[in-house]
Design a protein around this ligand. Sequence first.
Ligand SMILES: O=C(O)CCC(=O)C(=O)O
Length: 365
Amino acid sequence: MDAPAKASGGYAIAGGASSTGKAPSAFREAEKKYQLHYDQELKFSKGKLRGKRGRLRERPTDLSEVLDFRSPPRDGDVGVVEVAMDFPGNRRRTVRSLARHPGFYHVESYLTCEECEELAREILETHIDPPASSNHTARHGDRVSGLWAAAGRGDAYDPVSGRDGTCWSPLSLSPSGSGVLTARTLLERLRWVSLGPRYDWTRRKYLRDSPHRELPRGLKAMADGAVASLCAEEGGATSSMSTFGADAALVNFYGAGDTLGGHVDDAEADLAQPLVSLSLGCDAVFLLGGRTREERPTAMLLRSGDLVVMSGDARRCYHGLPRILSSREPMKSSRQGAQGGGLSVEGYLAGHRINVSVRMVAEPS
Ligand SMILES: O=C(O)CCC(=O)C(=O)O
């Protein structure tokens, strides 16, 4: 797996533009097609071209080939199969699978809007803090705690000692200047959090023995329940999912323009165990490809509350997220939190996407 790339950050998209002169792969082509691009307006003065120094304008993206499960094509080459299924908690949901991608399942609106907001609140208020590891703990250690509340208060990060022995100080007490790092900025720069055994992105392995936040029980129950229902539909004990027991999750945070490069999740002990991925917040374009980057991926729309399960063949396929369809400016341009006006989970979800990708890291017993 890869860490999500921030729009303004230094993370390159995996498999990105070729510097070798080779033609880009089919997967990369699709990423480029759906990524957010800006064009700079040309500037004219007195009828003469004065260079490309005009305003940046979002380039329109052609989404006509993005599969929308709410109105799937009847005869497209992806072959959508639809069934109604019962999941725990009296959830009767529509499940779609794709003939072109065996082992892939899309469950429409698995969570309701209220449940999405409740889960996002739990994540932002609690799960993003140590002992969970995140891109912030990787850089600042376990000092960055209480980030959501601090961002709501409009605090600044104090690397030495802040109010009450925490790492936060009121912005008004921080030395003035452009170098002040605010909690709001840190929240905007939050890319990933790992729940359950920490994931070492450099060595691409799970660190079972380091301190970590256990996978929250609610997330485990949700993933185990969804997989058990799909497994029953697939034929019970004969399904590759029959020994699944979720024990970890990677939570990715995306703002407008953020992406997750094409990758295969292969650090888990048993790749026969599925990935269970839940979307919260903004709609997004998800790409599901084949065993190599050369296979043309299927682009599909994921909405808040949708659940995706990748099992069987699909578990070993390239996938990525080239586009968040955010209708709002990135949060950092809003003045709400900077004035200490607090943050709302609903507001955060209107401009961001959270993806919770639950998995089984351990060997099945
Ligand atoms: O954000 C998504 O929907 C995809 C997440 C993903 O592929 C991952 O965490 O490995």
